[in-house]
Design a protein around this ligand. Structure first.
Ligand SMILES: C[S@@+](CC[C@H](N)C(=O)[O-])C[C@H]1O[C@@H](n2cnc3c(N)ncnc32)[C@H](O)[C@@H]1O
Length: 472
């Protein structure tokens, strides 16, 4: 394709949103991926990369606008990597999310063409997240207009989210429309305090510095906020963290727990090697349906509380319990799915890797007076055998992390052969890959996507599998 060479400027009609979120245009059948564009637009684009089968391009001008365009709300839109579909109408986002699920099921799972119902929409399109993870930086990302001015070295201190596509670059964030207004106000206050402390932010290059991450978790129903500050082990003078906690508590009455973790790991993950509760009970409580859940700093909880309820209703509907079932809830986190369905089944066994989440799951049983659930800790691939000793389950619910199930877990399921499997996943590609392995012994039933992540290409999906009937 001669017209398409690195550095060339070219007019493109944007056709679709591809799996992963990029927009796609074709020039005489040759595929060009655009980082941020909307189907229906005509754009002038600069080719930034040319490969044998495709090219990548950046939009430099919108020649004609798409009917699906909607102005983005966020002042950081376009630079922040957080929610880059924000300028696409929500209906259009859901249309493409559904198309991606169908594509994965057909091409990766090899399950043929399937009817998939409309994506269940998120009840809230903004302020929907109950957990945000912000990173400190000693060399924040500078905007083009800032680069034109002389920059005060002090102002290089940053606290925010990653720049789109650059996971080592942090964009200062003042307001994030994915979290509550209080969440953004806390973020700004922590940055102000940290900057005034004169302690440096952690550097990903030298691995020196103090401030590393701030995680803000808030229960949408009770309003409680948990702050989790992660610093390096560099000693901070004058009980710095206690003073910060006291200052924030005096300003924000919704903060009920403040946790401080220390991490000297070079990997950029917001998890501490050691953790202590500076203030409060060490957890927040969230309400889902009739149930109350305790959530600790390191425990997984679905990040969109109100859409999570839709997800759990979907799981229960697809599982179609009659009350007699023995159920396994695999990758169970704080036990939320198992506890949600507990009153509709005979018993639940939940398995989860993070001990803190297992402890939360057990406490959540007590808090909600649920007596038919048992939770085990451990890596599922090693401990699934322990669950097998309790007999064959009727229904297994699996909700693995993005990478999908470990092959040993799939093998174990294929040996255990429960009557039905309800697969829940936030990654259609790994869901489809796991499905491909299950299809020897199972028929794929209803596929129901649920949107927990508006303005991003991510999607949650629930699929029912029924054990094949062996013909006589
Ligand atoms: C997508 S979350 C699902 C949590 C839960 N089902 C819910 O709805 O809140 C995946 C969970 O799998 C857990 N996990 C990750 N790897 C695991 C492993 N190897 N064995 C067991 N659990 C694991 C994570 O800690 C996390 O809680």
């Amino acid at each position: 394709m001669e017209k398409i060479a690195k550095g060339a400027e070219i007019e493109l009609q944007v056709d679709k949103l591809a799996f992963g979120g990029k927009a796609l245009a074709k020039v005489d059948g040759f595929v060009v991926f655009l980082d941020r564009a909307i189907p229906g637009q005509t754009v002038k684009a600069l080719i930034t990369r040319k490969k044998r089968n495709y090219a990548e391009a950046r939009v430099i001008e919108t020649i004609s606008q798409s009917p699906a365009y909607t102005p983005a709300l966020c002042p950081h839109f376009g630079v922040c990597g957080g929610c880059f579909w924000q300028d696409i109408a929500y209906e259009e986002q859901l249309f493409w999310k559904k198309a991606h699920i169908i594509e994965c099921i057909e091409h990766i799972a090899g399950a043929g063409q399937r009817e998939v119902g409309p994506v269940i929409a998120s009840p809230e399109l903004f302020h929907y997240r109950n957990k945000m993870e912000f990173t400190f930086s000693n060399r924040r990302w500078l905007l083009t207009e800032e680069l034109e001015r002389e920059v005060d070295p002090q102002s290089l201190f940053g606290l925010g989210l990653h720049v789109r596509g650059l996971f080592d670059k942090v964009l200062n964030i003042d307001t994030c429309f994915l979290q509550s207004c209080d969440g953004s106000a806390i973020l700004r206050e922590v940055r102000k305090w940290a900057l005034a402390s004169a302690l440096p932010a952690y550097s990903v290059r030298t691995h020196e510095g103090y401030w590393r991450f701030l995680v803000i978790r808030e229960a949408k129903t009770t309003g409680q906020i948990l702050l989790h500050l992660i610093t390096s082990g560099t000693p901070a003078p004058n009980g710095g963290v206690e003073l910060l906690a006291r200052h924030l508590l005096s300003k924000f009455s919704r903060i009920t727990t403040f946790i401080h973790s220390i991490s000297d790991k070079s990997s950029q993950v917001a998890v501490g090697d050691s953790t202590r509760v500076v203030f409060g009970p060490g957890y927040i409580e969230e309400v889902l349906g009739e149930l109350r859940f305790k959530i600790s700093a390191h425990s997984f909880f679905q990040t969109n509380t109100r859409a999570a309820l839709k997800l759990y209703e979907t799981i229960a509907r697809l599982a179609d319990f009659d009350g007699s079932e023995k159920v396994w809830d695999l990758y169970c986190g704080t036990g939320s799915i198992g506890l949600y369905i507990a009153s509709r089944v005979k018993s639940v066994i939940g398995i989860e890797l993070i001990e803190e989440a297992v402890r939360d799951a057990r406490q959540n049983c007590l808090i909600n007076n649920i007596g038919n659930c048992t939770f085990f800790g451990g890596d599922l691939k090693d401990v699934i055998g322990k669950a097998s000793q309790t007999g064959r389950p009727d229904v297994v619910i699996v909700d693995p992390p993005r990478a999908g199930m470990h092959p040993k877990v799939v093998k174990s399921l294929l040996e255990t052969l429960p009557g039905r499997i309800i697969a829940v996943s936030c990654n259609p590609a790994s869901l489809a890959r796991d499905a491909a392995l299950l299809l020897d012994a199972y028929d794929m039933g209803e596929v129901q996507p649920v949107d927990l992540f508006p303005h991003t290409p991510h999607l949650e999906c629930v699929v029912r599998f029924d054990r094949k009937q062996i013909s006589q």
